[in-house]
Design a protein around this ligand. Structure first.
Ligand code: G3P
Length: 232
């Protein structure tokens, strides 16, 4: 399973790239707004959306999702074409609805990769895949929020796309913790897009911390007995 960062914060992307765990980035208007607010609060100049996407492209080799905000099919097609012209790594994000579906077909036919966003059902994913979307993004956490099992949707979408040999890839999105990531990996999601904090949580285990502490204590005791200078 590939790992994308779900963020507009450049420092988080830089760190994940340095760790070797950033195969791409997804953004949306809310993540852009959060990044603009943080840049403003830090007293710096906040980046326009296009500048943000181009800065991300300098950091990452893989796909970068940039989201359309238009609400009619023709406007979505025009906006998606514009976003895709910014950089060859751009994948355009289009929400699934009637206007979105028509736009997904037309934009995909132009050879532009589409990430269909706000997927909450198997049938929405199936329609997007049939219309030619390169990616579908089921929102796991938001389904959990209303008492459903979001990962179950990922399992179903992966199984159905596979059953009908559809080339659309599944990006498990709205993932809130390591358990979501582990279950989506077991479900066969092609990609998980993660907030930076979830990657940090995935790294941590109390037994690892405890084990490191015990190794260091024992090492120091051995060095002391040998009369050697303690290391660490
Ligand atoms: O990629 C979708 C994601 O940004 C939504 O996450 O936590 O707002 O449901 P969340």
């Amino acid at each position: 399973m590939r790992i994308f960062l779900d963020t507009g914060h450049l420092d988080e992307i830089e760190q994940a790239v340095a760790w070797g765990v950033c195969d791409g980035v997804t953004t949306n208007p809310s993540l852009h707004a959060r990044a603009v607010a943080r840049e403003g609060a830090q007293g710096g100049r906040a980046l326009e959306y296009r500048e943000r996407i181009l800065r991300i492209a300098e950091l990452v080799d893989g796909p970068i999702s940039a989201e359309c905000v238009s609400r009619t099919e023709d406007e979505l097609v025009a906006e998606a074409t514009e976003l895709a012209s910014w950089h060859e790594q751009v994948v355009v994000k289009i929400p699934i609805d009637a206007a979105g579906l028509g736009a997904i077909r037309r934009v995909s036919e132009q050879g532009i990769a589409v990430n269909t966003t706000l997927i909450f059902s198997l049938t929405q994913a199936l329609l997007a895949a049939r219309a030619g979307a390169a990616y579908v993004s089921p929102f796991v956490g938001r389904l959990d929020d209303i008492g459903h099992d979001g990962v179950e949707l990922v399992e179903q979408v992966v199984a159905v796309l596979d059953q009908y040999h559809l080339p659309t890839q599944v990006i498990a999105a709205s993932l809130r913790g390591p358990q979501h990531v582990a279950r989506c990996a077991l479900a066969g999601a092609h990609i998980a897009t993660l907030p930076f904090g979830v990657i940090e949580q995935m790294l941590k285990h109390p037994l690892t911390d405890k084990g490191i502490e015990a190794f260091l204590t024992d090492w120091r005791a051995a060095q002391a007995q040998l009369g050697a200078a303690p290391v660490g």
